[in-house]
Design a protein around this ligand. Structure first.
Ligand code: FAD
Length: 434
């Protein structure tokens, strides 16, 4: 490709598609490069799509996007060995005209999103890996090189939307490789079964969907969570934990997934299903403190590649697409003023991102990743065990006077953690949650 572009977008995931679409609809000349066979072919997600953020990019996306089910129910499970204690929210209000959250299958959704990108006028080239960022003598990024050979492709600005395991930015010295404490490794399976079986098992009908998020003994004291999402004819089921915890314990993600599936609360939900897909992927979980430099001379970084992921609320794709959109809007503003794509001018991207929910949410939970990591044995093993035991004690009727039961429960907590430990944990959690 000989011509020069206004922008090159590396990656066609949520962040890359959002950036390329926004740039192209503003009339910029955009080249998008994706190493996968097609947009979505390399992407792994649970997956929940957050409609509000999608609407800000393509307002009428519901008309033809491949959506699975809209969510009307959310369950949070604190897992014990053979039990779970749940918090359950279900509302018919979510059966609204424009539902707020959907399950999607990323391979299909990204393909659709990328078609919109191309219709908006961007040139997407798949099966092409960007191997290098081209920098001038002053370090300004002026283009890329790909594995197709053919020399350099130039652009005013390069949008790095290469995902969490992208190596371009790190190779060019623009950011560090995330530490093992800053990324989780998640494994996921797709369990196929007839639509009516899913609907019976999850008490849903039509296009309604449900989500289960589970933490506790299933991760064996490691910082991590499991999830179950209902699609139309299959269930996405997976579990992920911090890479540093896998290193420390020697556990394998595959073993963890097998145990999650065999848990007596989970097994009946997937009984008789046919597994058609297995995937593994990293999730950035370092939070606010792990966010790298977001812009420089001739480049910006968006989405997972910039650690923009809210692990506490299990939100990633919405932060990815919002950062992609905002980066594109900032680039458009710089371009409209006929200003060069310097670091000083592209700092507008960070300023705009700081005004959005993306940075505000990540900032709110800035101390959570560290707390959960350091206290993983307590928060992911000891407390879930204690809470489940307390619930059993509460509901089992065996002639033990209720007062004695209460004393037993309190004693189980204080002997496991002591009063000082309990108050300390509650205080630290409340402070990190603020
Ligand atoms: P990606 O989607 O990873 O896209 C990066 C793209 O760049 C890929 O297509 C890749 O092939 C391409 N690429 C990389 N390097 C190069 C290169 N050198 N040249 C060319 N192309 C390149 N988020 C949610 O909001 N809801 C969920 O329910 C949810 N569940 C998840 C479950 C799992 C198991 C996982 C792993 C993640 C989940 N996430 C979820 C997070 C979400 O998937 C990510 O936040 C989101 O995909 C990030 O988008 P992205 O565009 O930044 O990166």
């Amino acid at each position: 490709i000989d011509e020069k572009f206004d922008a090159i977008v590396v990656g066609a995931g949520m962040a890359g598609n959002a950036a390329a679409y926004t740039l192209a609809t503003r009339g910029l000349k955009v080249l998008q490069l994706e190493r996968g066979e097609y947009s979505g072919s390399k992407n792994v997600q649970g997956a929940i799509l957050y409609a509000d953020m999608m609407e800000k990019i393509i307002p009428d996306f519901r008309e033809d996007a491949p959506l699975e089910r809209h969510l009307i129910e959310q369950r949070f499970w604190m897992m014990g060995e053979h039990s779970h204690t749940g918090l359950h929210y279900r509302s018919d209000d979510f059966n609204e005209e424009k539902p707020n959250r959907y399950t999607i299958i990323r391979a299909q959704f990204d393909k659709w999103f990328n078609k919109k990108v191309q219709e908006a006028g961007a040139l997407t080239v798949c099966e092409t890996t960007v191997t290098e960022l081209v920098q001038d003598a002053y370090g300004k990024v002026i283009g890329v090189k790909t594995d197709r050979g053919g020399g350099q492709i130039h652009a005013d600005v390069v949008v790095l939307a290469e995902g969490v395991s992208g190596l371009l930015g790190t190779r060019a010295g623009l950011r560090k490789i995330p530490k093992p404490t800053e990324v989780a490794l998640a494994v996921k399976e797709m369990h196929f079964m007839p639509q009516e079986v899913i609907e019976q098992r999850f008490n849903i009908k039509g296009n309604e969907g449900a989500v289960i998020e589970a933490a506790g003994t299933i991760s064996e004291g490691m910082t991590g969570m499991g999830f179950i999402y209902t699609n139309r004819e299959c269930i996405s089921l997976g579990i992920g934990c911090l890479v540093s915890d896998f290193q420390k314990t020697g556990e394998s993600p595959y073993q963890l997934l097998e145990r999650f599936k065999k848990h007596p609360s989970v097994a009946p939900l997937i009984e008789g299903s046919e597994v058609k897909e297995y995937a593994a992927h990293l999730i950035p979980e370092g939070g606010y403190k792990a966010i790298p430099q977001l812009f420089g001379d001739g480049w910006v970084v968006v989405g997972d590649a910039a650690q923009l992921n809210n692990a506490i609320h299990r939100e990633g794709s919405n932060l990815a697409m919002t950062s992609g959109r905002i980066a594109a809007e900032a680039i458009f503003q710089v371009k409209s003023r006929k200003d060069p794509m310097t670091s000083a001018n592209l700092s507008l991207y960070k300023k705009m991102l700081e005004e959005s929910f993306v940075m505000k949410d990540l900032k709110k939970y800035k101390d959570m990743p560290q707390l959960l990591h350091v206290q993983s044995q307590n928060f992911f093993l000891t407390y879930p065990q204690l809470v489940n035991k307390a619930m059993e004690n509460f509901v089992r009727v065996d002639g033990t006077p209720k007062k004695d039961k209460e004393k037993m429960t309190v004693r189980s907590f204080t002997s496991a953690r002591s009063w000082a430990g309990l108050f300390g944990d509650a205080f630290k959690l409340a402070r990190a949650w603020r």
